[in-house]
Design a protein around this ligand. Structure first.
Ligand SMILES: C[S@@+](CC[C@H](N)C(=O)[O-])C[C@H]1O[C@@H](n2cnc3c(N)ncnc32)[C@H](O)[C@@H]1O
Length: 302
């Protein structure tokens, strides 16, 4: 019986370039080089988007009913061409997937109907968008750097309806007196940004939160990483040094070691407590990241 068991053109090429006849000469690191990247694993460097989408897909199919409801309530998520997967007909990107999980955590502790919310470092505004799409908050103040405010102002103008957009107040950090002179806020939010500010700036913001807010939600890393394999230090050495010097939690740890992360949590809870009267009423891993933590504090003086 004639058989055709020859390598396909695809495998001819692989054998010529990567799984060559010398493949077994040195096995030291073959699982992390082009030999295995043609066998059991895709090169993480070349397939970043594929891995990201796989990650998002797995998170999306595991979302609970309440998170799906929150997500469906948020319109115009497609603006800006996010990297999405499609589950049950719904496009899902990582930014809003996180936003609904963060919102779910906050909702369990703080009533958001009629609330006055202050966010410090809002990025393009995904948290504001998610919150206003799901709750009838009274006002949403964003304190940020001038350039980022330009972005959040333009984005939220596009995605929010007229009534919700009118609730948003954009405050340049140079105009922080506006916040100091405003009535108290029911909630302050900080997600992935205190970790990128100087320790002195974080201290000043914590004092402001102590003075002006009744509750505080924070989601940030518990420490720093230095493993070059994780990001190739692609922004250069100076950027690495800058990143290591910011935030109140600067200890380097193995961010994919759950015991190392757990050991860093008490310092995290202490570092982000705005003042003596504040109590941490809930905390958990800052999903989906291995080394982020989220905590909600309430002000006993409020
Ligand atoms: C990594 S982004 C996170 C954005 C957003 N919270 C999110 O998770 O999508 C960091 C944010 O902190 C802001 N930021 C940096 N330094 C700041 C400062 N000194 N005061 C207020 N915001 C600051 C940046 O402009 C940006 O909006």
């Amino acid at each position: 019986m004639a058989r055709n068991l020859q390598a396909s053109p695809q495998w001819e090429r692989i054998q010529q370039h990567w799984v060559t006849e010398d493949s077994a000469v040195d096995l030291t690191s073959f699982k992390s080089d082009n030999r295995n990247y043609n066998i059991a694993l895709w090169s993480p460097e070349a397939n970043g988007v594929r891995y990201l989408k796989t990650f998002v897909y797995n998170l999306a199919i595991g979302l609970g009913e309440a998170d799906w409801k929150r997500l469906r309530n948020i319109r115009n998520r497609d603006i800006g061409e996010p990297l999405t997967v499609r589950v049950d007909g719904e496009p899902v990107c990582l930014d809003y997937l996180q936003a609904v999980q963060e919102l779910g955590f906050i909702e369990r502790q703080v009533g958001l109907g009629g609330a006055r919310v202050l966010e410090i470092g809002a990025g393009y505004g995904r948290t504001c968008h998610a919150m206003l799409a799901n709750h009838d908050a009274a006002e949403y103040w964003i304190v940020d750097l001038a350039n980022t405010l330009t972005l959040s102002r333009a984005y939220l103008r596009e995605v929010l309806d007229e009534a919700d957009y009118a609730k948003v107040r954009f405050v340049d950090v140079r105009d922080i007196d506006q916040v100091l002179e405003a009535p108290r806020f029911d909630l302050c939010v900080n997600i992935h940004s205190f970790t990128e500010m100087t320790p002195e700036t974080v201290q000043d913001y914590l004092e402001l939160i102590d003075e002006k807010c009744a509750a505080f939600y924070v989601k940030n890393p518990v420490g720093k990483f230095l493993d070059r394999k994780l990001d190739g230090h692609f922004k250069g050495r100076e950027a690495v040094e800058e990143a290591l010097s910011t935030g109140p939690l600067r200890k380097v740890l193995d961010i994919f070691d759950d015991q190392a992360v757990a050991a860093a949590v008490p310092d995290y809870i202490a570092a982000y407590r705005p003042g003596d009267a504040w109590e941490c009423v809930a905390d958990a891993r800052g999903v989906p990241w291995s080394y982020f933590w989220q905590a909600l504090y309430k002000n006993g003086d409020a």
